[in-house]
Design a protein around this ligand. Structure first.
Ligand SMILES: Nc1ncnc2c1ncn2[C@@H]1O[C@H](COP(=O)(O)OP(=O)(O)O)[C@@H](O)[C@H]1O
Ligand SMILES: [Mg+2]
Length: 244
């Protein structure tokens, strides 16, 4: 489902120094239905890696193929179309549109669905409302982001990432701003999506409890893969398949 080979990301630096290497020769393959967690200290390149895997950014070196499409062969519009159809992304910094209400933010991906998956206005409203209810925001549908707490904004971001029923969902510290109970609810929701729809999950987290429930834990350090821990039977769709 995801094949990333030899990814490096470098940024030019001012003042005659060489470029800053943020990601250094990272290769990852993720199978359909697999749940992978990415751990690592702050600044180790987790958000950068997620952005490259999701096709939000292009790498300086290396390649990413998503659902069979090599991202470097796609132009910006084609990458956007692939994301609209197949990808969900929960941003660490939420990235909600400030001029839209919670409900309208969740409606955005539904308006961008490819023609063969398009749904009408009423169905879109119903789906967006139901997703916001599932993240506990039934009473916040018409609030603007500025009127919501950090945890509430994060949950709107999660509802939005689910809206297009993605084949692959990337989540960047999805429980980072949530209290224990709300965080567990969100994790349950992610795992439900995996079980019910076989959604492939790639989750950046600091929560070792959450990581232990995933099929594989990839630890980054200074932009390189430091360790990969394979965890059999972690209870995801792929684990179930293996047992069957
Ligand atoms: N656009 C950019 N230009 C220059 N440096 C960047 C850019 N984006 C990220 N970095 C640097 O890359 C490193 C890794 O960042 P990030 O991927 O956000 O780490 P993490 O998510 O693990 O905390 C940081 O040192 C950060 O300052
Ligand atoms: Mg980060």
């Amino acid at each position: 489902m995801i094949v990333a080979r030899n990814l490096s990301q470098r940024y030019p630096r001012a003042g005659g120094e060489g470029p800053l290497t943020v990601l250094d020769d990272v290769s990852i393959e993720v199978a359909k239905g697999e749940i992978v967690s990415i751990l690592g200290p702050s600044g180790s390149g987790k958000t950068t890696l997620l952005g490259l895997l999701a096709g939000l950014d292009l790498s300086s070196e290396g390649s990413v193929a998503l659902a069979g499409s090599d991202l470097s062969n796609l132009n910006e519009d084609a990458r956007a179309a692939l994301r609209a159809d197949a990808i969900g992304f929960v941003f660490q910094s939420f990235q909600l549109i400030p001029t839209l209400t919670a409900l309208e933010n969740v409606l955005v991906p539904l308006e961008l669905l490819p023609a063969h998956r398009a749904i009408d206005r009423a169905a879109a409203q119903a789906r967006a409302t139901s997703l916001l209810e599932r993240v506990g925001l039934a009473k916040r549908l018409h609030h603007y982001p500025a009127q919501l707490s950090g945890g509430e904004q994060q949950r709107v971001g999660i509802a939005r990432a689910f809206a297009n029923e993605p084949r692959i969902l990337f989540a960047d510290e999805p429980t980072g701003n949530l209290d224990g109970e709300t965080g567990r609810g969100v994790v349950e929701l992610l795992f439900d999506l995996n079980r019910e729809q076989g959604t492939t999950l790639v989750i950046v987290t600091h929560d070792t409890e959450l990581a232990r429930q995933t099929n594989r834990i990839i630890t980054l350090k200074s932009g390189r893969i430091e360790n990969i821990e394979q965890r059999a039977g972690a209870g995801s769709a792929i684990g179930t398949e293996a047992k069957a």
